[in-house]
Design a protein around this ligand. Structure first.
Ligand code: CA
Length: 233
């Protein structure tokens, strides 16, 4: 998951970045509207955290502008006051949710998880693909009944593959969504992490493999354990 944080309050932006990186997000920071616009044009984000008051403009206007251009990524607006008119304007401008400052990091993290999940399945916080189960809230992964210990990056990688489990995911997709700008260009980090994930998923709890689709990327493939009933369409 790659997040763009648009916030000109550096201490706050730093706290958010630290928390988000610890939670396994790839994070880019922008302090001005012009930087945010550039980031959105050149990168593929899963979510945007947008402050209202920015030195060269207004988060509301930027939000409305992005929506007018058809930008559909979830946007969480940060408002400085608990003012009803700010919230209404934010939602009118196309924000998906808002958070009033001051807030605690865990609250922001919970809102982001809810927003990122919303399009796929708003009711079920746990992702399931075959025998694989992933809980974004506790950041735990099970293969069958067995807990699979993963690093933060491996977790993010698997989460992305599970969300897109019916698709072939390209190496560029993974670099864009699981790594931040600092890693761009070093494409073998993907191979290294995929190899580690494969090793950890080759456990006794079930079968989950990450197939390499030549020239296209990777696809998560799982086999049900015998007797297990798949309950999703
Ligand atoms: Ca501000």
């Amino acid at each position: 998951m790659r997040v763009l944080v648009v916030e000109d309050d550096i201490p706050l932006a730093t706290i958010l970045e630290r928390g988000l990186v610890e939670d396994g997000y790839a994070v880019d920071l922008a302090q001005r509207v012009v930087d945010a616009r550039h980031n959105v044009e050149s990168n593929d984000y899963d979510i945007v955290v947008l402050d209202l008051g920015l030195p060269d403009g207004n988060g509301l206007d930027l939000c409305a502008e992005l929506r007018a251009q058809g930008y559909a990524v979830p946007i969480l607006m940060l408002t400085a006051r608990d003012s009803l008119s700010d919230k209404v304007s934010g939602l009118d401008a196309g924000a998906d949710d808002y958070l009033t400052k001051p807030f605690d990091y865990p609250e922001l993290a919970a809102r982001l998880r809810a927003l990122v999940r919303r399009p796929a399945d708003a009711r079920s916080p746990v992702l399931e693909v075959g025998a694989l189960k992933l809980d974004p809230a506790s950041r735990r992964v099970w293969l069958g009944a067995i807990v699979v210990p993963l690093t933060s990056r491996e977790f993010s990688l698997l989460e992305y593959l599970m969300i897109h489990s019916t698709e072939v995911v390209s190496r560029t997709d993974l670099l864009e969504h699981v790594w931040d700008a600092n890693y761009d260009g070093l494409s073998n980090v993907v191979d290294v992490h995929i190899a580690n994930l494969r090793r950890k998923l080759a456990g006794p709890g079930g079968t989950a493999t990450i197939e390499t689709v030549r020239g296209a990327g990777y696809r998560l493939s799982t086999e049900e354990e015998p007797g297990e009933v798949k309950d999703q369409s």
